[in-house]
Design a protein around this ligand. Structure first.
Ligand code: NAP
Length: 324
């Protein structure tokens, strides 16, 4: 069995070591752009194995170039080392190759802690206490009523359902929105476009955990965000292209929205001159709400490769038509 590793901006060595330890019979190679074409100073091929002569059965990928897909003609499955496959699905992929996303592998708990932290920060008005401390001012704020601080989670998949569950630990009322009907304990579930307005009206805080697809791109816009109650908050931890940035700024500046916590952006890294950085009611983090955990990811991918080789079904197979 051969495995190709093609992850931009990722140091390959620890991944290769980990995969080798899990799958000792595997031959594993790092795919390099121009491997076959770039000679070394000694005039020898730069890589021991040119990617085109190494035809892998499986690939572990993050943001692979189209040339990688075009060269690897025998792939049975592509394992994406993240949950979002929007970038991968933009490539021309052979229809017979399975696209497999990471499911959880240590990301759900991180997402739950990030979102709970942001919600609690708003609910307890902690930013105001930060300001009061700067001014050495001992100033209580009137407690808010939890029952009037509903949190709406867009997307009730692997991450959204974990976030919905975690928020309930703090007794926030939780709404959820998905494409197909869901029954999650304690979550008021809304389904499909027709129930989106009611979901938005009922959600003081909007948490976005949708995949980026043609149906969800630009979903957070002036029209939808205006349907949140006055003084609402937005937490975007899914993809930057879900949000129409000017519309968010207009609604914050008009006072309809009270704040936004943004982890993902249309352009990443967020350019230094971008208005989000300095906006008093926007919190920016650098796409870090749920990071890929290497050991958990390797164990999950190796387990799925073993299952596929044994002819067993696996979780996390993406439907390219659906886009997630
Ligand atoms: P998932 O398991 O595929 O869940 C997606 C959820 O969205 C499902 O509940 C699905 O509904 C719902 N959905 C999809 N299209 C919809 C539509 N058109 N209308 C209504 N609901 C729709 O995905 P996940 O693992 O939870 O991850 C969600 C996203 O988080 C990823 O795609 C990625 O973009 C993002 N993410 C961000 C970070 C970060 O660090 N910021 C890290 C990991 C992931 P059904 O249940 O009915 O199918």
């Amino acid at each position: 069995m051969k495995i190709a590793f093609c992850c931009t901006d990722t140091r390959p060595e620890p991944w290769l070591e980990g995969l080798k330890a899990e799958l000792p019979d595997a031959e594993i190679a790092v795919w390099q752009p121009d491997a076959a074409r770039t000679p070394t100073a000694a005039g020898l091929p730069a890589q021991p194995r040119a990617a085109s002569s190494f035809q892998a059965d499986y690939a572990v990928v993050w943001a692979p170039p189209q040339t990688f897909i075009d060269e690897q003609t025998q792939l049975k499955a592509l394992f994406n080392i993240g949950a979002g496959v929007d970038a991968l699905l933009k490539l021309r992929l052979p229809p017979s190759t399975l696209v497999v996303r990471l499911d959880d592998a240590g990301m759900a708990v991180q997402m739950a802690e990030y979102v709970c932290h942001a919600v609690i920060r708003y609910f307890r008005e902690l930013a105001d206490y930060d300001v009061a401390q700067q001014e050495a001012r001992w100033a209580y704020r009137k407690p808010r009523r939890r029952q009037q601080f509903s949190v709406g989670v867009l997307g009730l998949g692997v991450l959204g359902s974990r976030v919905a569950q975690a928020l309930q630990q703090f007794e926030f009322p939780v709404n959820g929105w998905s494409r197909s009907p869901k029954a999650l304990p304690g979550v008021r579930a809304y389904t499909g476009q027709e129930e989106l307005p009611a979901f938005l009206n009922a959600s003081q805080v909007l948490v976005n955990l949708l995949p980026l697809t043609p149906h969800t791109e630009n979903l957070l816009n002036r029209q939808t965000l205006s349907q949140l109650p006055a003084g609402g908050y937005v937490i975007n931890v899914a993809r930057g292209a879900h949000l129409v940035e000017e519309d968010l700024l207009a609604l914050l500046d008009s006072g309809h929205l009270a704040g936004a916590t943004l982890d993902v952006f249309r352009t990443e890294p967020l350019p230094p001159q971008h208005p989000f950085w300095k906006h008093p009611r926007i919190t920016v983090t650098p796409h870090t709400s749920a990071r890929t955990m290497r050991d958990e990811t390797i164990a999950q991918i190796a387990g799925k490769i073993r299952a596929l080789r044994a002819g067993q079904p696996i979780a996390g197979v993406v439907d390219p038509q659906r886009g997630y």
